[in-house]
Ligand binder design. Structure first.
Ligand code: COS
Length: 379
């Protein structure tokens, strides 16, 4: 039997996230868009409310939730503001490689203090010449005795300016391709690690995105995740979960845009009746509702496979590209439904449309995610 009824526990998670978002995120979302800044206080409150580090096991200081429960929470928070929620949720991607490839000792050493303190981390894969082709990264890791020396530059790193630690991917031998890549945990205070350009973005304005520069950074051997050459696999596995999370970012955006549009279409009167009763807009609203609900189903499906410990790479990729394409379309239609007002900064839909664009690009462009899903179909 397929039953979409949520358990009492799941409804409680949803309510906690919804109440928190209504109280702490939604009222300040526009201000954080206009005046971008690190949401330190909101992150601490989310941490105290149990809304951070959702899927990290309890023994490592996380909430120990499944991915489906996390998706329910994430939808509620993303519907309030994706930039602030992105800063609260970044640890799930950043710490993913440690959970996938780290030893029990490494998980205790790195994750427990991070998660208990409410600090945040960053995932360092992308480089100027290695974006979609992540396996072509050039950051070098050279083994010298009991430590590695890292040299290179990472870019478009979410939360780079504020992270307490970074999971950095570097190669011991570029000629080995993805098989030369290692994952390292690099603490913020490591000499030689610095922050470069901070990006000035179209949307998701309070989501900090910056360069991480590594110049002769010494990383102890015991900070390497797994064996030499396994790093790319840990990065990809972390991205499987990350892509389900980004799908919930798309879902949150699309839901917020749909709800704003429906409310507006019920009250805005033209030609003597609410604009939502005119067929042109009424059909748009129907399409928006169907798109939002189908995104949610793809997310729940991918997350439920993850919770059953089944491979969910294809389902994560398809949820990601589908839900974020829906976000772009639905937020664009929301601006259309609001007419001239929708194009002004007085209405939230203007922000939602700008925020949506990034979801089609980060954690694998939607072209790359189609490649991942399509490739899996052909194997
Ligand atoms: N889970 C486990 N292992 C995986 C995996 C996954 N999801 N995806 C790939 N791998 C493994 C493969 O099985 C392969 O190992 P074997 O050779 O032992 O079989 C290895 O990793 C290399 O995989 P592949 O040959 O597919 O690598 P490619 O260089 O062709 O690249 C893509 C694959 C394009 C999918 C990858 O580079 C990618 O995801 N790019 C986008 C990067 C991205 O999302 N960046 C955003 C960063 S955060 S904003």
């Amino acid at each position: 039997m397929i039953d979409f009824t949520l358990s009492e526990q799941q409804k409680a998670y949803q309510k906690t996230a919804r109440d928190f978002s209504a109280r702490e995120i939604a009222p300040v979302a526009l201000d954080y868009d206009r005046n971008p800044r690190f949401p330190a206080e909101i992150i601490q409150k989310a941490h105290a409310a149990g809304l951070m580090n959702l899927t990290c096991p309890k023994e490592y200081g996380g909430m120990g939730l499944g991915l489906l429960d996390a998706a329910l929470i994430s939808e509620e928070m993303n519907a309030a503001c994706v930039a602030i929620t992105g800063m609260i949720g970044i640890n799930s991607l950043a710490c993913g490689p440690i959970l996938c490839g780290g030893s029990d000792e490494q998980k205790r050493r790195f994750l427990l203090p991070l998660n208990q303190s409410g600090k945040t981390a960053s995932f360092g894969l992308t480089e100027r010449e290695a974006g979609s082709d992540a396996g072509g990264l050039k950051t070098r890791a050279k083994l010298e005795g009991d430590h590695y020396v890292l040299n290179g530059q990472k870019c478009f790193i979410t939360n780079a300016s504020y992270a307490a630690l970074y999971t950095i991917f570097a190669t011991v031998d570029p000629s080995r391709g993805t098989k030369g890549i290692c994952g390292f945990v690099v603490p913020r205070e490591s000499p030689g690690l610095s922050i470069g350009k901070v990006e000035d973005k179209m949307g998701q304005r309070s989501l900090n995105v910056a360069e991480v520069l590594l110049e002769n950074v010494i990383v102890p051997r015991e900070n390497r995740l797994g064996n030499e050459g396994e790093g790319f696999k840990w990065a990809m596995e972390a991205l499987d979960e990350g892509r389900v999370n980004i799908a919930t970012v798309g879902l949150g955006l699309a839901r917020a845009a749909f709800e704003a549009s429906l409310a507006y279409a019920k009250t805005r009167v033209q030609f003597g009746r609410p604009i939502g009763t005119h067929q042109g807009l009424n059909f748009m609203l129907a399409d928006m509702a169907a798109a939002v609900e189908s995104s949610r189903l793809l997310i729940w499906y991918a997350a439920s496979l993850a919770d059953q410990h089944k491979r969910f790479t294809r389902e994560a990729a398809q949820a990601k590209f589908y839900a974020t394409d829906v976000a772009m379309r639905v937020t664009t239609d929301a601006v259309q439904i609001h007419g001239g007002y929708g194009y002004t900064k007085d209405f939230i839909v203007e922000k939602l449309m700008r925020d949506a664009k990034l979801t089609q690009i980060y954690e694998g462009t939607n072209q790359i995610n189609r490649m991942v899903a399509g490739g899996a179909l052909m194997r």
